[in-house]
Design a protein around this ligand. Structure first.
Ligand code: ATP
Length: 298
């Protein structure tokens, strides 16, 4: 089956800075995939490459088997994008934004857009600039969904929203995923929220993929070990060690070592897992461990 998005040796350099390097991913369809990483990790760069807004410096990126470049309108026509600040023409009325979307997109679903906005009580005759931040985000999402994309890419879509607006936005997104055959790739700093909505995870730091895969499989592959803090713990499966006065917590990738006497093994939560890889990358200055940076496949 053709991957929704496939990259091979993908890299993007701005002058002397590599924003993204050695990126090999294969995203399965029908999934909600979270892209997590600290500021400057390369998330926006990867998402903009996926939407054809940036050209790779090196390597390839394909959407549904076609290169994701500006000269592949067929492939890019299947991608919806909600950018970080939900840029809308502020002086346009919502109705005019919909009309513009209709004129620009072959598969435009006007009924769908109007229905979504009516459900959210967003008046079509209001100018975009007069809407609240949460409403603007919802309009941006409605415009992206009305394009009937097979892949929807969102760059930190809820970062600027209050908790209620954030919840409503994610609700709208999840309803769309449930109703339509759509793959969602979105970046976020809110790990707690990801647990509710995502089934795949990509952790990126320093422009490199640190971890990628199905969340349930990744959680099953990792364990949190607790034991005495007076022993050195290291090895290829050790992702991160936190030492207190009496106890140490060690995140390990299972299958790469046995539990020593005096240690307990516990399941790991998503937040602990993500933090372990972020800290690992910090300690390694962003260098990925090749065994962790596998493609997302099902
Ligand atoms: P954030 O969470 O802060 O949005 P990010 O993970 O999306 O960060 P990117 O915006 O992709 O990170 O940036 C990755 C790296 O590339 C950073 O070092 C950034 O400074 C650099 N970068 C991004 N865009 C440009 C540009 N247009 N020119 C030069 N450097 C850039």
């Amino acid at each position: 089956m053709t991957a929704v998005l496939e990259t091979a040796g993908l890299g993007k350099r701005y002058r002397s800075t590599w924003a993204l390097r050695d990126c090999d991913l294969s995203l399965p369809s029908g999934r909600v995939i979270a892209l997590v990483g600290p500021n400057g990790a390369g998330k926006t760069t990867l998402l903009r490459l996926a939407t054809g807004l940036l050209e790779p410096t090196i390597g390839t990126i394909a959407i549904f088997g076609e290169p994701a470049t500006a000269d592949s309108p067929e492939a890019l026509g299947q991608v919806g994008f909600v950018a970080q600040e939900h840029p809308l023409y502020k002086s346009f009325r919502v109705r005019e934004l919909l009309r513009m979307g209709q004129a620009l997109n072959r598969l435009w679903d006007q009924d769908l857009a109007e229905r979504r906005l009516a459900e959210l009580d967003i008046p079509l005759d209001r100018r975009a600039g007069q809407l609240s931040g949460g409403q603007q985000a919802q309009v941006a999402l409605a415009l992206a969904l009305a394009k009937r994309p097979r892949l929807l890419v969102l760059d930190e879509p809820v970062a600027s929203l209050d908790p209620l607006a954030r919840r409503e936005f994610m609700q709208t997104l999840m309803t769309a995923v449930a109703e339509e055959d759509i793959t969602v790739l979105f970046s976020s700093h809110n790990v707690a929220e990801l647990e509710r909505v995502c089934d795949c995870l990509i952790v990126i730091t320093g422009g490199r993929i640190q971890l990628a895969g199905d969340i349930d499989a990744l959680l099953a592959e990792h364990r949190l070990l607790t034991g005495p803090s007076n022993r050195m713990v290291s090895g290829p499966g050790v992702i991160h060690v936190t030492s207190g006065d009496r106890h140490a917590n060690v995140v390990v990738r299972t299958g790469q070592g046995t539990v020593m006497p005096g240690w307990e093994s516990h399941p790991i939560g998503l937040e602990e897992l993500v933090l372990a890889y972020l800290r690992l990358a910090k300690a390694d200055h962003g260098t990925p461990r090749r065994d962790n940076a596998k493609a997302v496949r099902t």
